[in-house]
Design a protein around this ligand. Structure first.
Ligand code: NAD
Length: 502
């Protein structure tokens, strides 16, 4: 064990909110904690209801012009945002590591290139986003549809992949002609504010606004505002229920990207080496704090033991440490609260008799990291899949190995939970691959891969995983409404009223 090579982010000033093009303080402040060491590293603004009011008013005012901008202009702005971020993106790796414990090496592989790609994707597809001309029974009718923006979008974000989640919401919303108020997570606001500082003035004032603060105050004030035309949310099901309760009162449509419990099915004929590597990445990337994590491994009887042996050998050797150190393969969890939550799940699993196959050993960390929120990678054994942890989202580096003997059993078990976000199957049998892809209840099914989320691929879930799709052409529909324009081409219309007097 050697002392970590810290590459922590040092902000130049306390963070402010972006409202109507101005950087403004909140009603108070709160501390951001560096999860690798457990100490404060930045000060954020606690936004008040009045700040939310001003941000929504600024977005509403900006909407009057932004909705009328040409597609050329919106395309150019999206491309400029991507270019600006690319030119200034390197520091976001240490920023994310400092903010939420994302291992710095992963930020370079995943977060940074994905943000650019998302803005460029929408810059392209917005040109193909058009209405239709629809033939009707009456030949004297010209019916066409237009796609119109909705107005002010409220975006409430989770902490785990903050800048990707920001891009997933902001890029399609503004591409479709809306303006937006973003409320980042209280655990990941600095990266959103830094990103807004880089790209913000590529947009007219008020098109993009950021208010920060805790969910039940700042977030609740935003989603309940009567001038919000659409809510777009990424987070947990309990918060989604609270937000939808508020949306019901104002009749505000919503997009919900929620949690998951991703079953990965490995058939007897799978390429084991690839499947093991994908399973490791599927659960331990982003410290397991991913909605699409492969948090259930359904392993065929014939390969179960070998798979578990190979997976365990690597899982035990993973270097856990300071997220800001490029040598760390896994960082800390985002907060003390998240660590306690994960440990609570593990205690519950032990109490139910679930076997801990990997992860019971003490972590050997440098004393400078004693205040951090570290959890060793865990593999549990629950052969018949009956334990509570096998059905619950843990949102940490914990996966469960189950056994199955027939495809039908694997599908029935994989579908037997309330989530429906991501699922996967590893097989070299074409028929099995297609049949399982058909029968798995999930918004995403990967075959012989995991974690591939390229812009263009609709991303979203069903059941407790939410509704609506991000990352795709489909998403533009979420941020627009259809207007039907019905034109009478007939020059001779027989009268219907006042016939008696004729
Ligand atoms: P969370 O639900 O605790 O918080 C999400 C956001 O909601 C935060 O910004 C928070 O401040 C805000 N919030 C909390 N209470 C609110 C209220 N009453 N009104 C308005 N806003 C409120 O979730 P989290 O802990 O930040 O993120 C973890 C969850 O997000 C996990 O369940 C994970 O699976 C899910 N997630 C889903 C996806 C996806 O795309 N499907 C992606 C990432 C994370």
């Amino acid at each position: 064990m050697s002392a970590p090579r810290r590459n922590a982010y040092a902000p130049t000033a306390d963070y402010l909110q972006l409202i109507g093009g101005d950087w403004v303080a909140g009603a108070g402040t709160f501390e951001a904690i560096d999860p690798s060491v457990g100490t404060p590293w930045a000060l954020l603004a606690q936004g008040s209801a009045a700040d939310v009011e001003r941000a929504v008013a600024a977005a509403k005012a900006a909407f009057r012009d932004w909705r009328r901008t040409t597609v050329d202009r919106r395309q150019a702005v999206l491309l400029e945002i991507a270019d600006r971020f690319e030119a200034d993106s390197e520091r976001f790796a240490s920023l994310l590591a400092t903010e939420n414990g994302r291992p710095i090496r992963e930020a370079f592989i995943a977060d940074i290139p994905t943000v650019q790609a998302i803005f460029r994707f929408y810059a392209g597809v917005i040109r193909a986003f058009n209405g239709e001309q629809i033939p009707l029974a009456n030949p004297d009718t010209l019916l066409y549809t237009k796609r119109e923006p909705l107005g002010v979008v409220a975006a409430v974000l989770s902490w785990n992949s903050p800048i990707i989640t920001f891009a997933n919401k902001v890029a399609p919303a503004i591409a479709a002609g809306n303006t937006i108020v973003v409320k980042p997570s209280e655990y990941a606001s600095a990266s959103i504010l830094e990103l807004a500082a880089v790209i913000g003035d590529a947009l007219p004032p008020g098109v993009l606004n950021i208010v920060t603060g805790v969910g039940p105050e700042t977030g609740a004030a935003l989603v309940s505002h009567p001038d919000i035309a659409k809510i777009t949310f990424t987070g947990g099901p309990a918060t989604a229920t609270a937000i939808l309760g508020s949306a019901a009162r104002t009749l505000t449509p919503s997009l919900m990207e929620l949690g998951g419990k991703g079953p990965m099915i490995v058939a007897a004929d799978a390429d084991l080496e690839v499947a093991v590597q994908d399973a490791l990445m599927g659960i331990y990337l982003a410290n397991g704090e991913a909605c699409i994590a492969s948090s259930r491994l359904l392993l065929h009887d014939d390969i179960h033991d070998e798979f578990v042996a190979r997976f365990s050998e690597v899982a035990r050797s993973i270097t856990v440490g300071d997220a800001t150190d490029p040598a760390s393969e896994m960082g800390p969890l985002v907060s003390r609260q998240q660590l306690d939550l994960v440990r609570g799940h593990l205690d519950g699993a032990r109490a139910e008799g679930v076997t801990v196959l990997v992860g019971d050993e003490q972590l050997d960390l440098d004393p400078s990291l004693a205040g951090g929120f570290y959890q060793r990678p865990v593999l549990l054994g629950d052969p018949d899949g009956g334990a509570t942890i096998t059905r619950s989202e843990v949102f940490g580096p914990v996966t469960v190995a189950e056994r199955f003997s027939t495809d039908e059993e694997a599908i029935a078990r994989a579908n037997a939970h309330r989530y429906g976000l991501a699922a996967g199957v590893w097989t070299n049998d074409l028929r099995r691959a297609h049949r399982m892809a058909d029968e798995l209840d999930a918004g995403i099914v990967w075959v012989n891969r995991w974690f591939d989320l390229a812009p263009g691929m609709p991303m979203g879930g069903r059941g407790d995983s939410g509704f609506g799709r991000e990352l795709s052409f489909e998403t533009l529909r979420e941020y627009s409404a259809v207007k039907s324009v019905n034109i009478d081409l007939c020059t001779d219309r027989p009268p219907l009223w006042g016939l008696a007097g004729r």
